[in-house]
Design a protein around this ligand. Structure first.
Ligand SMILES: [Zn+2]
Length: 83
């Protein structure tokens, strides 16, 4: 099970990336990401998805697209592909 601070960070990741949180929470989550590699990895993945989605011209990735991108990124990471 993830730690409570991990759950919070992952729960707020999209708002954090979009800067839609109060400064206090931005700082708290930012500090957590710096000290928690698994959460930082999720953060990087979601930043990447956001950039890909922006390129397609949609504001929001449909869940299906998001899952497909996540699966692709995770699969390439599992086989140790270089970025
Ligand atoms: Zn964490």
């Amino acid at each position: 099970m993830p730690k409570p601070e991990c759950e919070e960070a992952l729960d707020r990741l999209f708002e954090y990336i979009d800067h839609e949180l109060p400064d206090e929470e931005i700082h708290r989550i930012g500090d957590h990401l710096k000290t928690c590699p698994p959460c930082e990895a999720e953060h990087q993945i979601n930043e990447k998805i956001k950039r890909l989605v922006n390129r397609t011209g949609h504001d929001e990735a449909p869940d299906e697209l998001r899952m497909r991108i996540l699966a692709t990124i995770r699969a390439s990471r599992d086989v140790g592909a270089t970025d």
